[in-house]
Design a protein around this ligand. Structure first.
Ligand code: BES
Ligand code: MN
Ligand code: ZN
Length: 495
């Protein structure tokens, strides 16, 4: 909970106060000067002795020993005033949150003005603050007997002399971005036995109910009638019923100019008959990361209510092995009518997305962003740093890249030249080959989906590297990252 206040922060009785401190502040000013005076010059001394540092992302803590109403003051280093950007502020706030979380602070007051500079608006700082606190406070649920139920930062008081309404509004925006991202993280982190296609559909319905969106789902029989042979082919190997999940958010009076997000909802990827090695296979519960990011974005969109029409389409199934499973060499027919030779059953994401984008088009999508944990090759190309993009539309991809920049997420384009598309037409028996080889693997995988998109402006996002991390960071623990939630939500708000 965030509360914006305009009064005297130092007269507040509270466990902790946070102030920002710049390297340029040779002589303390403003709130820091006030604190320094109340502590008989201790701050100047501690700064000189480097016990408190103004270097970016350094956090110093000081007990006030009863000399102030607050028990402790946290000094957050912000570096040089002119260098502090939105991204750096996000990191500084995240480091701050980590420290407060470590100390189990449940309430904190923030001297917001001490963080401001002239190069970024106070609105951006307010957004960064709430977003970072939300992201950095995320905890992964576990199923241990001694589950960690500690909560921190339940109340955040933001003291400022800036326009209160504007600060409040931007805190709400940042909070909504973090909530959507955290929702996606939780969906990804949930074990696959608790996150089947049926469970994923139930989660989508919860979001629809929360925000008054339209929810619908196709069952196996519906898919058969519509000829979704690609999704059904993957689903054959699983006992779990497949789902095609649809959410519609109407932000305009008319259902036009529809922005559609199509997310890969592969709730567990064993590889199928082309089975994956056992090592790290457990991580393949994350293969519904695209669907999770779409649902996270819908959560954020539901909260922020942009005036755009947004439709989520999520093809969902498991990729397993049983006596009826899809086999290498099988030829299947997608909803669009194109035939596919399945050279590798582990290249299943592009199969279910082929029917996903075809269905989105049938439902009236005018713009399509598909998002998927699609290829190991994208990790080779871009590491876990940047999401990879493939497109058929120069203008639309520019919009998506700009939104990623605003959201503070890394996104990089891969080429879409004709010879890459030719690599897909290398089956002797079908229109397309689902696995044309290791070389350029992320490009051909993306362009495979593009074969089912036609002329609709389209951007494909491969989050196989960015959707999951094996390392804790200041923004959150290892596991699902909620990559591209903020980019998709920003795109919808800019639309
Ligand atoms: N879900 C995987 C991609 C993946 C790999 C996600 C690593 C996260 C981490 C996808 O279904 C897959 O198996 N792709 C194959 C494609 C290949 C068989 C053409 C791959 O990348 O190896
Ligand atoms: Mn696979
Ligand atoms: Zn997969």
């Amino acid at each position: 909970m965030y509360k914006v206040k305009s009064g005297e922060i130092l007269s507040k009785k509270i466990g902790a106060i946070v102030v920002g401190i710049f390297e340029d502040d040779k002589k303390p000013e403003g709130i820091i000067k006030e604190i320094d005076q109340k502590l008989d010059g201790a701050i100047v001394e501690l700064l000189a002795e480097k016990q408190i540092s103004a270097s970016l992302k350094k956090v110093g803590k000081l007990h006030t020993l009863g000399k102030l109403e607050t028990k402790a003051i946290y000094f957050v280093g912000l570096g040089k005033k002119c260098d502090l950007t939105f991204e750096k502020a996000r990191e500084a706030f995240a480091v701050m949150t980590k420290e407060l979380k470590k100390d189990l602070c449940s309430e904190v007051a923030i001297a917001f003005d001490s963080f401001l500079n002239v190069s970024e608006s106070s609105n951006k700082f307010a957004k960064a603050l709430a977003e970072s606190i939300g992201l950095a406070s995320y905890r992964t649920e576990n199923y241990k007997e001694t589950a960690d139920t500690k909560t921190s930062l339940e109340k955040v008081f933001v003291y400022t002399s800036e326009n209160e309404e504007a600060v409040e509004e931007n805190l709400a925006i940042g909070y909504a971005y973090s909530t959507g991202t955290n929702l996606a993280r939780t969906l990804v982190n949930t074990p696959a036995n608790f996150m089947t296609p049926t469970d994923l559909a139930a989660k989508a319905k919860e979001i629809a109910d929360r925000y008054g969106m339209e929810y619908s789902v196709l069952e196996r029989e519906d898919m058969e009638k519509l000829g979704m042979g690609a999704l059904l082919a993957v689903a054959k190997g699983s006992d779990q019923p497949p789902k095609m999940i649809v959410l519609k958010y109407r932000g305009k009076e008319k259902w036009e100019n529809v922005l559609s997000f199509v997310g890969k909802g592969l709730t567990f990827d064993s590889g199928g008959i082309s089975i994956k090695p056992a090592l790290n296979m457990h991580e393949m519960k994350m293969d519904m990361g695209g669907a999770a990011s779409v649902l996270g974005a819908m959560e954020t969109i539901g909260a922020l209510k942009p005036d755009a029409n947004v439709m989520a389409v999520i093809p969902s199934t498991e990729n397993l092995v049983n006596g009826s499973a899809l086999k290498p060499g099988d030829v299947i027919k997608a909803m669009s009518g194109k035939t596919i030779e399945v050279r590798n059953t582990d290249a299943e994401g592009r199969l279910i997305l082929a029917d996903g984008v075809a269905y989105a088009k049938q439902l009236g999508a005018d713009y399509i962003v598909d998002i998927a944990t699609l290829t190991g090759a994208v990790i080779v190309a871009l590491a876990g740093v940047s999401t990879g993009a493939v497109t058929n539309d120069e203008d639309f991809v520019e919009d998506v890249l700009v939104s990623a920049g605003e959201a503070g997420e890394y996104l990089w384009r891969l080429p879409n030249f004709e010879p890459y598309k030719e690599m897909l037409r290398t089956s002797d028996v079908a229109d397309l080959n689902n696995s044309p080889g290791r070389e350029g693997g992320s490009i051909t995988a993306g362009l495979f989906i593009g074969e089912f998109v036609g002329d609709t402006p389209w951007v494909h996002l491969d989050i196989a590297g960015t959707g999951w991390t094996r390392k804790d960071s200041v923004f959150g623990p290892k596991g699902g990252t909620g990559a591209m939630v903020r980019t998709l939500a920003t795109l919808a708000r800019n639309f």
